[in-house]
Write a protein that binds this ligand. Structure first.
Ligand SMILES: Cc1ncc(COP(=O)(O)O)c(C=O)c1O
Length: 353
């Protein structure tokens, strides 16, 4: 049982012009006010490091006993699935989806069923379609907000409607802060029906800290801490200390991220305007876009783009939509601009051949 996407992301997505990554470019240690004398290798981290729990609770506006700190959103999703699913249970996951959600659910023995977020609807969630896909064996509904791969935003009333269907709902909100002040409230504030996972990875460019968290009702949170005893045991304390500092810097980081994404999205939309061979729902927020290639093969395009133009995007096959591809706009503006130019050249080549 393994992911097909992750080996590709780790080993084959790299290029001089990398439009494959979904996160904002990495912040450097020197960009944060961390002094060596504030760091320590080991510390009192037993079911949470108090200063980090407090900082996360402030960040999300929830009580500390609802927060489980863990290694990235990835581990958070795994903990949530492990705590809520047993072999044979059904888990209803959006389509298209971030592949690791499907792989993690299968890893815990669940049967994965799907509901569609269609390109034509702008990858919106239709609670009616979700409801129709629920069966008596469905124990969990899983969505991302913002949606990976499209960046579609789901509003609060739709999320609430999902919560009313019956099964509990995991909302992976790792991209939600890229909506800035227009963001809907976190699903964590909408009731115990919801389990939210997130991290500082994607929007804040702090992936290496692996600062992730689950928000769930206290008894469930406690069950996940106990599960984490089998997996992460205790976190790297250096990363916990650095995460506390980073959480204090989020407003500053977010201002920078916003300027970057606004600038980069304008370039992306101008690029889409210039292409008749791509069809992409356009969104005001998010770090990724998911265009459909109207002519030719995405695999051939990706291959050609990489070999001739040293540029990468993510083939849609990893999201079970092989006529699409995913592009990220969280990188530096200059390489993005060049990457878009090169993507345009590769698309032109495809039309000639
Ligand atoms: C929807 C979604 N959840 C989780 C992750 C993994 O996040 P993390 O790096 O915090 O483990 C990703 C990474 O691309 C993602 O797209």
């Amino acid at each position: 049982m393994s992911s097909t996407y992750m080996p590709w992301a780790k080993l084959r997505s790299h290029a001089t012009y990398n439009l494959a990554t979904s996160g904002v470019a990495h912040w450097k240690l020197r960009d944060l006010p961390i002094r060596i004398e504030d760091l320590e290798i080991s510390g009192p981290s037993f079911y949470g490091f108090k200063p980090l729990q407090q900082a996360l609770a402030r960040h999300r506006g929830v009580a500390e006993n609802r927060i489980v700190a863990a290694t990235g959103t990835s581990m958070c999703n795994y903990l949530a699935f492990s705590a809520l699913l047993k072999p044979g249970d059904e888990v209803l996951i959006e389509h298209p989806a971030y592949e690791l959600l499907i792989a993690a659910a299968r890893q815990v023995g669940a049967t994965v069923t799907r509901f569609c977020r269609t390109h034509e609807s702008g990858f919106a969630i239709d609670p009616g379609a979700v409801k129709r896909a629920v069966t008596p064996r469905t124990k969990l509904i899983v969505v991302t907000n913002l949606h990976n791969p499209s960046s579609a935003l789901t509003d609060e009333s739709t999320i609430r409607a999902l919560g009313e269907i019956g099964p509990r709902v995991v909302v992976d909100e790792v991209y939600l802060d890229a909506v800035f002040e227009s963001a809907p409230r976190s699903a964590a504030l909408l009731g115990d029906q919801f389990i939210v996972t997130s991290s500082l990875t994607k929007v804040y460019g702090l992936s290496g800290l692996r600062c992730g968290w689950v928000i769930a009702e206290p008894a469930l949170a406690e069950a996940m801490w106990k599960l984490n005893d089998l997996l992460g045991v205790i976190p790297a304390h250096l990363a916990e200390l650095a995460s506390v500092v980073a959480l204090g810097e989020l407003p500053k980081i977010l201002k920078n991220v916003r300027e970057r994404l606004d600038r980069n999205r304008a370039l992306l939309h101008r690029f889409f305007d210039s292409r008749h061979d791509l069809d992409a729902p356009r969104f005001r927020f998010g770090t990724v876009a998911f265009p459909k290639l109207l002519r030719g093969s995405v695999d051939r395009l990706c291959d050609h783009l990489r070999k001739k133009y040293d540029t990468t995007v993510v083939p849609g096959e990893f999201f079970e939509m092989p006529d699409h591809f995913r592009m990220g706009i969280g990188g530096d503006t200059q390489p993005l601009q060049e990457g878009l130019h090169r993507l345009g050249l590769a698309l032109d080549d495809m039309m000639e051949n």
